[in-house]
Design a protein around this ligand. Structure first.
Ligand code: NAP
Length: 281
């Protein structure tokens, strides 16, 4: 199976925020694809149905009937899902996990006979602009094209070595949350000086989009933009002195480092939990 067009049934185990973003974008790419989506609450199932998926609480059925399975539950719910699915049903399934921290080795150990991929999209998938990293091992080579096509429905795809995924989780997975905080802080700063909130919000979104486009189009280092904007004795340098004295740059660097470490910690915990689960008679 090489292309998304070869797949008849896709299962999304855990149709929450990212799971439903995946359903939405894959449906846009391939309207006729059957998607079985699972959840626990009525609300989750209703939303999945509205997106054109077949909703069910039955994870075992979803895995059994699908050729490709997306695992999008929270990492600590993964052991529960394992208990709910007959272990023989994983055989030969193409499994794409988007769970933070959960390693390929853990997935392979838990999902006997499955061909596993580990990806980290972000919530910008909702607007087709996720920056998604994906990794696999040599077993996964044969379905790379299919996985890339599936993930491309959400935005840009980067194949990376597995060691990169935890820091990607921080930079690009949590990245939208960090950038949203910065946007909010800048809006509040403008409001403090007397600017109407809505105007400040629209302005900063345009600035964010424009700056991203400028950096991407010109392929320049961010400090070049900073230096172009910074006039001697001007306004920008006054702001930059405040950023530096408040330690904002160091705080952001530490933010990425801390969130990456947390992804690694989660992975280790889940690995332990799965090993305990598998060791049970
Ligand atoms: N949110 C993001 O931006 C993002 C980005 C990249 C990766 N991720 C990863 O994606 C995963 C999900 O995150 P999320 O933010 O989408 O969380 P979420 O909104 O809480 O979604 C998780 C979903 O899993 C469902 N679920 C839990 N246990 C289940 C079970 N046993 N069977 C079937 N469904 C079950 C929940 O259903 P109910 O709601 O019905 O309880 C919920 O809808 C996490 O592992 C996270 O690391 C998230």
């Amino acid at each position: 199976m090489n292309r998304l067009g070869d797949v008849s049934v896709l299962a999304v185990i855990g149709a929450g925020k990212i799971g439903s973003a995946i359903i939405r974008s894959v449906k846009k790419c391939r309207r006729d694809l059957t998607i079985i989506a699972t959840g626990r609450r009525e609300k989750t199932l209703r939303q999945a149905k509205e997106l054109g998926a077949i909703p069910t609480r039955d994870n075992n059925r979803a895995v059994r009937e699908a050729e490709v399975v997306v695992l999008s539950v929270k990492p600590h719910h993964f052991p529960v899902v394992l208990k709910q699915v007959d272990e023989n049903n994983w055989q030969d399934k193409i499994v794409l996990s988007v769970m933070a921290g959960v390693k390929l080795s853990t997935l392979k150990e838990a999902l006997k006979g499955a061909i596993v991929y580990r990806a980290m999209p972000n919530i910008n998938a909702l607007v087709g602009l996720s920056a998604t990293a994906v990794t696999t091992d040599s077993n996964g080579d044969k379905h790379r094209e299919l996985i890339e096509e599936l993930l491309s429905c959400m935005g840009t795809v980067y194949w990376v070595p597995e060691e990169i995924i935890d820091v990607w989780t921080s930079l690009a997975g949590s990245g939208p949350a960090f950038l949203a905080e910065i946007v909010d802080a800048m809006v509040l700063g403008a409001v403090a000086v007397g600017m109407p909130r809505d105007l400040a919000y629209n302005a900063i979104l345009d600035v964010l989009e424009g700056t991203a486009k400028l950096l991407k189009t010109r392929r320049i280092h961010p400090v070049e933009v900073r230096d172009e904007v910074t006039t001697p004795a001007g306004t920008t340098i006054r702001g930059l002195i405040t950023l530096e004295s408040e330690g904002v740059k160091a705080a952001l660097m530490k933010t990425i480092e801390a969130a990456s470490q947390r992804a690694t910690e989660i992975g280790e915990k889940i690995d332990e939990a799965i090993k305990k689960e598998l060791a049970k008679p």
